[in-house]
Design a binder for this molecule. Structure first.
Ligand code: PLP
Length: 426
């Protein structure tokens, strides 16, 4: 059979754009084209290559997926070997891998978090945690925070905090109360009778919001007093992203349920999970072990990927690197903010989750494409369009952080020169 000629870069771009425009999401395709999005064809470590062969330093990091960078060789090797043996589990027999992964998580999770449930994405893990909370407490009410992002399935969307994503689907899951993020007084006022309080230790998509010190500790105390479960959504903050293994660790808070996804399997195979106290699991499912299940959840490929990813995280001291490089990135971005106060309102973050809040969202439409031109990717936050997130892999080097910052400086400078001073938005 004759081998097919590889498509020229232009042909590949046009074909991909047309497929997006016609068969996927026409308005999104147009926006991506306007903002200069190329076609990604290959990725390794901190680098992504586009259809023309241009290399980009990845500071978007798959919104937190690529903690180990792209295609970490140890994770890829583990997955390849498993692929030869058995890729999906039949589920009628015991599978050693899912057991090993559950044990590995119990060993690193805070306190007595010990029993895991596995699924395939963050939103499914949130969904599972919410159901578990209702089943364990026999209560219905959920308390959540404004600006939160927990995913887009019905339950997760109902406890998220952005009306624009919710309104078209109303009515959502009932009995959800939202309170301002970081405000433990407001939390205290509504917790009574709640099944669970779900919270991100740092809000990612809400605009990289770091709560006041002591917030999680106070939330833990309030939940204990109300008999309410504390669900920590560490989908984005967990596994080293914030410079600790889990962001809850900063305050030594042990939630009742910890929710994970994104970086858990090293950015190679999709996975989601929650880890729960045995007593809570027992209260929910002790008499009904098949109430909540998933066909593909905890499949062998995802499990070997996650086991290898956890080893890499430890062996390459990536949590420590996240802390050190995070401080460098935060300090550097703050210097740029002080040079351009008319464009940047504030820089905040924890570890390698850094948000650059603009004075006006109009600047972002110049800054992100300019950064791309300079060979660095960056992204918005989903619930707060005025915040650009910098979320490189935890393997990022000091020199790469400087390159990322240079691109940010160039983007911010270009935005100011081109757009002048835009009126401050609230
Ligand atoms: C904190 C948090 N929870 C849940 C989710 C949903 O994860 P997924 O997109 O894998 O469903 C996200 C995704 O960005 C997230 O940041």
């Amino acid at each position: 059979m004759k081998e097919r000629e590889p498509a020229s870069p232009e042909t590949l771009y046009n074909e991909t754009y047309e497929n997006y425009r016609r068969y996927l999401n026409p308005p999104l395709a147009r926006v991506m084209k306007l903002s200069g999005s190329p076609v990604e064809v290959r990725a390794s470590g901190t680098t992504v290559w586009d259809h023309t062969g241009k290399a980009y330093l990845d500071f978007a990091g798959g919104y937190g997926v690529f903690t180990l960078g792209h295609s970490h060789p140890r994770v890829v090797a583990a997955v390849k070997a498993q692929l030869e043996l058995m890729s999906l589990s039949g589920k009628t027999m015991f599978d050693p891998l899912v057991g090993r992964l559950a044990r590995a998580l119990a060993e690193i999770a805070p306190g007595d978090l010990e029993v895991s449930f596995f699924c395939n994405s963050g939103t499914e893990a949130v969904e599972g945690a919410l159901k578990l909370a209702r089943a364990a407490t026999r209560r219905t009410k959920f308390v959540a925070t404004h600006g939160a992002f927990h995913g887009k399935t019905f339950g997760a969307l109902s406890v998220s905090g952005r009306a624009a994503f919710q309104t078209p689907y109303a009515p959502l899951v009932p009995d959800v109360v939202h309170v301002p993020y970081g405000d433990s007084g407001a939390l205290a006022a509504v917790l009574e009778g709640a099944a669970a309080f779900i919270v991100e230790p740092v809000q990612g998509e809400g605009g990289v919001n770091v709560p006041p010190a002591g917030y999680l500790t106070r939330a833990r105390e309030l939940c204990d007093a109300a008999g309410t479960l504390l669900l920590a959504d560490e989908v984005q903050t967990g596994l080293g992203r914030c410079g600790a293994l889990f962001a809850c660790d900063f305050e030594r808070v042990v939630p009742d349920v910890m929710i994970l996804a994104k970086g858990l399997s090293g950015g190679v195979v999709p996975i989601g999970a929650y880890v729960v106290r045995p007593s809570v699991w027992q209260a929910a499912y002790g008499q009904a072990p098949l109430l909540h299940t998933s066909t593909f959840g905890g499949n062998p490929l995802a499990c070997v990927a996650a086991l290898a990813a956890l080893e890499v995280l430890r062996d390459e001291a990536l949590v420590e690197n996240s802390r050190a490089r995070g401080e460098q990135l935060l300090a550097g971005a703050r210097r740029i903010a002080s040079e351009y106060p008319s464009v940047i309102r504030e820089v905040r973050g924890l570890g390698l989750l850094v948000g650059v809040e603009l004075t006006h969202e109009g600047y972002g439409g110049t800054i992100i494409p300019e950064m791309l031109k300079a060979g660095v990717t960056a992204a918005w936050t989903l619930n707060m369009q005025r915040v650009i997130r910098l979320e490189p892999p935890l393997i990022v080097t000091a020199a790469e952080v400087e390159r990322g910052l240079e691109a940010l400086r160039a983007g911010v400078g270009a935005a100011r020169d081109r757009l002048g001073t835009l009126t401050l938005t609230n």
